[in-house]
Design a protein around this ligand. Structure first.
Ligand code: MGD
Ligand code: MGD
Ligand code: SF4
Ligand code: MO
Length: 708
């Protein structure tokens, strides 16, 4: 079967061969050599992606919690029961007491339908999704700077011809491994590669210059670079004049900056800032890429705006081999943020507070405009509203918020207060364990639909495998739940293609315009949005002639000092930053159920510099408690020579006592509500009990052989 990896935003396609030898099943994976993005490569996660699908831990029945135990119940009863509960709660607590929480692994069709489901079937304003923790800073920055938000402005194929590449807070070698060769090619062609990251990573190893920034202090580097570019005459005055606004306010402030002060604050040297600026300024072509390292901060929005300033000031955007990109994260991190799962958004990147937009979508949906709710609050703010008992019910589809939210001890306590929690998932995730009812969803191998990759390229993933008995597709579940709520007429869909046809109409004329894309077109070619009609070729390169603001110009952002992240103190002297490892995906619900991936990486490890470890008397490989003012988690440490001495790093791929979010800070960016996952002040303390006890869930015991 031809399929696409369910994990990251590259969306590598592959052929999966399923062999049956007597009763045993074997799987082989072959990359698709014709894949225009991965060029026939797969990473270790892609090779093993089918393993969770055939895990014997898949949920294959609706499960209702009775006296603390899950009991299998038939679908009809499950749907009826949910509808009854939701209606009762809304009668007593109000329409907005029910909330919906989505995810970036959903197909475009399902993300679209989830938004419609919340607004039309449940009639709540409270819907948001895990992309709030992922794409929101870059999305807000791109919208404000360019008037549109699409991950990369150019196709990956242009990277090898760029002469300078800045990789800021993006660890491509571990997180989008199959696109690393584009960067290697650029290097071979003479590009100067700059990595900005507090740690040495597999990505920083390809860099010509590695700026080991102090977590949260990127903007001091960009400000310093801007000053050097200005003074060195590297600004593109024609581009600035013709294509941008807001430059004067910015340039006036540059004079007052002191490079030495900025370098000190950023934890790098003046020489490094100067070299980075000169190399980027001199290069005829260049790219800047950011990811969660600069975005997941309480000033993530400003951070991204300041990186965009560099591209605008030097005119390195809107042309071949020059541009900016926020490397998107989840499989459908891009499409999932365009069609209405966001609290303030309607399909096609329309705004729920814009009268014209409301009229247009109400018309497509066949509901009175006044019936459409207004905007709700962001993902973490929903947890706060649950804690205040303003929201008393939640439907979670394709996310594991109890592990992925910051300050997760608080979040877990809040979720316990819910009157009714529904989780739609393939597994009993840590969040599903808390649910009153779990509905089993199909997996990527079984469910078809479109996905939009990091380049803005829309791909069609066909279903290769029949879903297990008792399991439904997410879109089917939404249609059936809507029917149970008495709104079936608005959800008459019998295939994902029918939903896509409505999405095309709903997105038409919006910023994320998919009107010119159809399933049959996607069978022939992958299309980059915006694509307003069938004769339009799609838009691989953005901004060649215009930006998307009314005046057609891009906007500079005034100089901004980075807000100091949570300060370290005597009690919490170290800075914790968090992120990913190659072998696991997000909260690990899927990859911890893939035996080959779990074998490679069994538990989280805290990366700590040996000098720092020595200071606190920590032996390599020992287990201890990591503490912050929010709580404690348990983790083994691993010496890492390549990390800053004031910083420790851990992945967030594990739950329960090993969940790093038990200690992370809930500070939110005021503009986009991105949490500060990348800086929390912590300390390390010895454990009394040294033996690590694994929780049963998702810690192995799975199989991809011998299944019927
Ligand atoms: N293997 C794997 N791949 C994945 C995922 C996964 O879970 N596992 N998840 C996918 C998803 S959803 C996403 S969003 C992407 C994320 O992709 P990335 O953003 O590349 O991944 P992270 O590891 O979160 O962070 C990147 C780097 O930022 C650095 N960093 C931390 N603090 C700072 C800082 O203050 N400034 C700077 N400049 N850098 C900092 C970290 O050391 C880290 O190396 O990956 C996608 N791909
Ligand atoms: N400390 C820290 N925390 C972070 C981050 C960080 O860097 N540091 N990064 C943040 C980022 S960028 C992200 S994207 C979030 C991700 O956070 P989550 O969304 O919580 O992560 P996942 O593990 O992808 O959870 C997805 C759940 O949906 C299920 N699932 C997968 N596919 C489907 C499907 O098609 N349908 C249904 N119904 N279920 C499905 C999986 O089994 C799993 O239980 O975490 C954020 N949290
Ligand atoms: S995880 Fe990403 S890079 Fe790896 S195979 Fe899957 S889509 Fe490709
Ligand atoms: Mo993400």
């Amino acid at each position: 079967m031809r399929t696409q990896c369910p994990y990251c935003s590259v969306q590598c396609s592959m052929d999966l061969i399923e062999e049956k030898i007597i009763t045993r099943k074997r799987f082989k994976t072959k990359p698709n050599k014709q894949d225009p993005t991965s060029e026939g490569r797969l990473c270790i996660k892609g090779v093993n992606a089918h393993q969770h699908v055939v895990s014997n831990e898949r949920v294959t029945h609706p499960l209702l919690k009775i006296d603390g135990e899950f009991v299998k119940i038939p679908w009809e009863l499950a749907l009826e029961y949910i509808a009854e509960q939701l209606k009762a709660i809304q009668t007593e607590d109000g329409l907005d007491a029910v909330s919906v929480y989505g995810g970036g692994s959903l197909t475009n069709e399902e993300a679209y339908l989830l938004g419609k489901f919340a607004r039309v079937a449940v009639k709540t304003k409270h819907i948001d999704y895990n992309g709030r923790f992922c794409m929101s800073a870059a999305a807000a920055a791109a919208n404000k700077a360019f008037g549109i938000d699409r991950g990369l402005t150019n196709s990956l194929h242009e990277i090898p011809d760029a002469k300078c590449i800045i990789l800021a807070g993006t660890n491509i070698a571990d997180c989008q491994p199959t696109i690393l060769p584009y960067f290697r090619k650029a290097k071979k062609n003479g590009a100067f590669i700059i990595v900005i990251d507090p740690r040495e990573t597999a990505t920083s190893r390809i860099a010509d210059l590695h700026l080991q920034v102090k977590p949260g202090m990127d903007a001091h580097i960009t400000n310093g670079m801007l000053k050097v570019l200005f003074e060195g005459g590297y600004f593109d005055k024609t581009f600035i004049h013709d294509r941008t606004t807001g430059f004067d306010a910015l340039s006036n402030d540059l004079q007052s900056l002191q490079l030495s002060e900025l370098a000190d604050l950023a934890g790098v040297s003046v020489d490094q800032i100067e070299l980075a600026a000169r190399k980027y300024g001199e290069a005829e072509t260049g790219f800047i890429f950011t990811a969660r390292g600069v975005e997941q901060h309480a000033n993530g929005y400003e951070n991204v705006r300041q990186f965009i300033n560099l591209a605008l000031a030097t005119g390195k955007i809107g042309r071949y081999a020059s541009g900016y990109g926020a490397i998107t994260g989840q499989g459908n991190g891009q499409g999932g943020r365009e069609h209405g799962q966001k609290a303030d958004q309607l399909p096609g990147y329309r705004s729920i507070e814009n009268q014209e937009h409301r009229n247009y979508i109400a018309d497509i949906w066949g509901v009175p405009e006044e019936d459409l709710p207004r905007k709700g609050v962001s993902a973490y703010e929903m947890m706060e509203a649950i804690d205040r008992e303003e929201i008393t019910s939640m439907i979670v589809m394709a996310s594991n918020p109890v592990v992925s939210n910051p300050n997760s001890i608080f979040v877990e306590k809040a979720l316990e207060k819910l009157r009714f929690l529904v989780v739609i998932d393939m597994f009993v995730s840590e969040t599903a364990e808390m649910a009153d009812i779990i509905l089993p969803a199909s997996s990527y191998l079984e469910d078809e639909g479109t996905m939009t990759n990091l380049e803005g390229r829309v791909t069609l993933r066909r279903a290769g495998r029949v879903k297990p008995n008792g399991v439904k597709h997410d879109w089917e579940i939404l249609c059936e739940l809507a029917a149970a709520l008495g709104k079936g007429e608005y959800f008459p869909f019998t295939s994902s293609e029918e939903i896509f046809e409505e999405l095309r109409l709903a997105s038409k004329g919006g910023l994320a315009d998919y009107a010119g894309i159809t399933y049959s077109r996607l069978e022939e070619e992958e299309v980059f949005w915006p694509c307003p009609d069938m004769s339009h070729p799609g838009t691989p390169r953005l901004f060649e002639t215009t930006f998307y603001h009314d005046d057609g110009k891009a906007k500079f952002y005034p100089l901004q000092k980075p807000r100091n992240p949570e300060e370290t103190s005597q009690e919490y002297p170290l800075m914790l930053t968090t992120g990913r490892w190659m072998e696991h995906y997000l909260t690990g619900v899927q990859t911890r159920r893939s035996p080959d991936l779990l074998k490679r990486s069994k538990e989280p490890l805290l990366e700590i510099h040996p000098d720092t470890a020595a200071k606190y008397g920590i032996e390599d490989g020992s287990i201890f408690q990591l503490k912050s003012s929010r709580g404690t988690m348990v983790i083994r440490c691993k010496y890492a020579n390549g990390i800053r001495r004031d910083t420790v790093f851990a992945p967030f791929h594990w739950g329960n006592s090993q969940s790093i979010n038990r200690v992370t800070s809930p500070a939110l960016d005021p503009v986009c509500k991105m949490p500060e996952f990348k800086v929390s002040s912590v300390n390390v303390a010895p454990l009394i009990e040294k033996k690590l006890v694994h929780h049963g869930q998702g810690q192995g015991g799975l199989q991809d052989e011998g299944m019927d």
